[in-house]
Design a protein around this ligand. Structure first.
Ligand code: GDP
Ligand code: MN
Length: 395
């Protein structure tokens, strides 16, 4: 779950990471009132679940309360990166001497946590990683290891901190690590960490993502007003719909719609499609004995996906029953209709009954079945996979 900047900053400040104490506002008037109260130039930051706001006009500066009011009005009227701006964080405008990058994330290849530090901040770290990877310094930490204070000192050294600044940066690095651990984070990032003209280090931006599967361990987040939300910002419209329907579903970049039985079979099916030169349009898990209604919804997701050119259906009835499977497909055909070619294979638990249902329905309404090829145990799964790839290439 990704946090808003202002939410992450709340946690930062609890862990002793210096921030400017701004206020979150929802209207032009509130913006003006807070700027008046502050009595200083302010920075207005659109609160959306995306970074790179600076580049798209999501960060504005104002020297007077009137200017703040006017610029807030402009911000509230925009949609940035697909997010309507509903809240603005109004902060004191810092006078920047230098900007740095400091972050912690998971190193999935080496099964470690990794702290990243860079003496060039404010720009996207991915960009630096591409152009000048040597500039990014790293500290790898085992998942169950503590973060030693002397590592904090190394970070401070890399960022060129001196004297009191050395201590301050070291402490920020240690605290950031504690925060990461405490909240089962996947990512915490300060970009930029600012050295002000007055010689203070301040987190001017805050990004944080908490592992969805660990949220149950953190009821205190809700107590702080940080409501549970899904990573909708990072989901496609179809993935959001699938989530509403309770169907585990991911969009991929191919054109073969995958309608498999169970997660394991789904993974295997994706491998088969690749093996025969095709590309799956999605991953989907249908396991656990889905009802006909649920199966029909799964097919809707595929049939309405413009990227899908053909549908690969492979049902191995284990817990789930092939008669339910056939009923689900028929329900979909009757209520929705199939606009793409589909190749289907059905084996396992009461498959004969499944075949009987299809046969009966087809006799009643052959037109409804014109896009479907139905196979049973006599056709190897390889054949079905090849056929699906072939159908997708034909269209
Ligand atoms: P992002 O673009 O979404 O990552 O938003 P940031 O919060 O990082 O802001 C983008 C840029 O705006 C920063 O890199 C800074 O250069 C600038 N910025 C942000 N806050 C301040 C501030 O308080 N004072 C000044 N002078 N610049 C700021
Ligand atoms: Mn930033």
């Amino acid at each position: 779950m990704r946090l808003y900047e202002y939410e992450a900053k709340k946690l930062f400040s609890q862990f002793g990471i210096p921030i400017t104490t701004g206020e979150v506002v929802k209207s032009d008037e509130e913006t003006k009132a807070f700027a008046e109260k502050l009595g200083k130039p302010v920075v207005l930051k659109a609160q959306i679940l995306s970074g790179g706001r600076g580049k798209v006009g999501g960060v504005k500066f104002a020297d007077s309360p009137e200017e703040a009011e006017q610029k807030a009005g402009e911000l509230f009227a925009t949609t940035l990166k697909g997010f309507p701006v509903e809240r603005i964080l109004v902060d004191e405008k810092l006078k920047i001497e230098k900007e740095f990058y400091l972050g912690i994330t998971l190193d999935r290849v080496n099964y470690k946590l990794v702290m990243l530090a860079c003496s060039q901040g404010g720009v996207e770290i991915e960009e630096i990683a591409r152009k000048d990877p040597g500039k990014i310094k790293k500290i790898s930490v085992d998942v169950d290891q503590k973060f030693y204070p002397f590592w904090g000192n190394s970070v401070a050294g890399w960022l060129g901190a001196e004297g009191q600044g050395m201590k301050a940066v070291s402490k920020i690095a240690v605290s950031l690590f504690k925060l990461f651990r405490q909240y089962d984070a996947k990512l915490v990032e300060i970009n930029p960490l600012i050295l002000t003209k007055e010689g203070k280090y301040v987190a001017a931006d805050a990004r944080m993502s908490v592992d969805d599967d660990a949220l149950f361990r953190h009821p205190e987040l809700a107590e702080m007003g940080i409501e549970k939300r899904h990573e909708e910002g990072e989901m496609t419209e179809r993935e959001k719909l699938a989530r509403q329907w309770g169907i585990p579903y991911l969009d991929l970049d191919g054109d073969v719609g995958m309608f498999p039985g169970g997660a394991g079979f789904g993974i295997m099916g994706n491998d088969f499609i690749h093996y025969f030169g095709g590309k799956p349009a999605n991953f989907m898990d249908s396991g656990g004995g889905p009802t006909p209604e649920r199966l029909a919804k799964m097919l809707i997701l595929l049939d309405e996906n413009p990227n899908v050119k053909a549908i690969f259906g492979a049902r191995f009835g284990g817990i789930s029953r092939c008669d339910d499977f056939a009923k689900g497909v028929v329900m979909f055909l009757k209520e929705h209709g199939l606009s793409k070619p589909m190749v289907l294979r059905m084996t396992g638990n009461v498959w004969q009954e499944g075949v009987r249902i299809f046969k009966e329905e087809k006799e009643k309404n052959p037109e409804m079945f014109k896009n479907i090829e139905i196979h049973g145990i006599e056709t190897p799964i390889e054949e079905i996979s090849k056929r699906a790839v072939e159908l997708a290439k034909k269209v």
